[in-house]
Design a protein around this ligand. Structure first.
Ligand SMILES: C[S@@+](CC[C@H](N)C(=O)[O-])C[C@H]1O[C@@H](n2cnc3c(N)ncnc32)[C@H](O)[C@@H]1O
Length: 263
């Protein structure tokens, strides 16, 4: 009997599941150098507020006055893993918010990581961050080793979302928190029409002007429309083992911040 090939969405196209990652990689190879500038232009700077909400939820411990010698020996830094961390934005924000934090940024795309490494060096944060080229679906990292695992605007691009959620769960310490910031579903009627117009007309044109790649930004807006609704993603998080799963919509549902704990 012929085996049915598994397919998935790449924007509005259906593609064989095993082809999606290479298509996604092409998008981010193409835009890496202009990725951060485009985020500011497309969102009018709003992505900064969304990311701040994520960092507040991570709640990294603030630097304390130097502890006594024996306490110092046992203290270990708060360990953050930022998945699909690209150019390092989330890791920088968490490190700047929390004193003794160590961050690991995993991304599958060497070009995005190269921009991240250069930015980390420019900020003097390179000692506190490790950049790892790897797939969120199969992390080259030990079990139960992080206090928080984050993924911002990344999970939508990962072909096997359930596998990535399972890996996030595996590497979290007991008591650790998973936070996922992702575009979501705008249900406010007036805003939805405006958002659609902006997404399908303005964003690809902006992408063409800034990165010379309208298609990459067409993929962005299409992939947002195909991404599971927040309650469906919450269900996938529960299936991966997370407890106390919740989500918070922001900016009329343009994005949602998902949270789950490993208990
Ligand atoms: C929209 S960018 C988000 C970057 C960063 N988190 C931010 O918020 O600015 C999506 C990132 O997901 C990465 N990515 C896509 N598939 C991945 C996978 N399977 N494993 C790890 N990273 C992946 C891409 O290379 C890209 O850097």
């Amino acid at each position: 009997m012929p085996r049915t090939r598994e397919h998935t969405d790449f924007g509005f196209r259906r593609v064989p599941l095993e082809h999606k990652q290479a298509l996604v990689d092409d998008v981010f190879h193409s835009v890496a150098g202009r990725y951060d500038l485009m985020n500011d232009l497309m969102s009018g700077g709003l992505h900064r507020a969304w990311k701040d909400a994520l960092v507040t939820a991570v709640n990294p411990p603030r630097a304390r006055p130097a502890p006594a010698q024996e306490a110092k020996a046992s203290a270990r830094p708060f360990a953050l893993l930022d998945l699909a961390g690209g150019t390092g934005d989330i890791a920088f924000r968490v490190l700047e918010a929390g004193g003794g934090t160590r961050a690991t940024v995993v991304d599958i795309n060497a070009d995005m990581l190269a921009v991240g490494r250069a930015r980390a060096a420019g900020r003097g944060l390179d000692d506190a961050i490790t950049f790892v080229e790897g797939n969120a679906e199969a992390l080259p990292l030990p079990d139960r080793s992080y206090d928080a695992v984050t993924i911002a605007f990344g999970i939508r691009n990962v072909p096997r979302i359930a596998a990535a959620l399972g890996e996030a769960y595996r590497v979290l310490r007991i008591g650790g928190r998973f936070l996922c910031l992702e575009f979501s579903t705008v249900d406010v009627p007036g805003l939805a029409a405006l958002y659609d117009f902006y997404s399908f007309n303005v964003i690809p044109a902006l992408g063409r002007a800034v990165t010379d790649d309208a298609e990459a930004y067409r993929y962005l807006v299409e992939s947002i429309r195909r991404f599971p609704r927040p309650d469906a993603l919450a269900e996938m998080m529960r299936a991966a083992g997370f407890a106390r799963v919740s989500f918070q919509r922001m900016s009329g549902g343009i994005v949602a911040l998902h949270s789950g704990w490993r208990l």
